[in-house]
Design a protein around this ligand. Sequence first.
Ligand SMILES: [Zn+2]
Length: 225
Amino acid sequence: MLRAVLVFLVIVLLGANLALYRYCRAVTPTTAAATPAPPVASVAAAAPSSIAASSAPEKAKPTNVPIAVTPTTTASFVADDNVALLIPVQGVAAVQLQDTFSQARAQGRVHEAIDIMAPRGTPVIAVADGTVEKLFTSVPGGLTIYQFEPGGRYAYYYAHLDRYADGLSEKTRIRRGEVIGYVGSTGNADPSAPHLHFAIFELGPEKQWWKGTAINPYPVLRGDQ
Ligand SMILES: [Zn+2]
């Protein structure tokens, strides 16, 4: 009888050990899984700084401290030297613009940009002086340009381009009004509705072209802000 009880206890203890071992193995990998996030390939994903911050390989934040999120609708825009931005598609007037900044997009994203409809091949012009920071091809954006303004505070993003202007290259200066590309439908744009997808980001302190806080271009391009 005593022997049977001892055997039973040994079996119970072994079982408990095994369960504990499995539990520890299951927990360990998740705590060590903080891998650096690759550069985001789409503007929509790059837009909210809260998302970018949460995917960055930073030290773990205490869970009881709320992460500060700047609502994109209150981010304000102050142009360099108070020179108004140009509308980035040649021949389009301010009254033709439509505010699609807050529209929903695929996978629960928000547009955080403005779409300016125009025939394929219409010249796309730089909204301000600046530098071509990055020429990037992404699945959603197609052929894109990331421009930094001279103050380094904002980035301007032009997407779905049919092609770049001849000779356009990274780290070169461009002037306000200069033709930098042509309207198209590359990326996930509907081929039957070519348009320029244009966005403004306030850059973070690291000045990374894929990371920033979206600002609604609509009131900025209309001259309302
Ligand atoms: Zn768009």
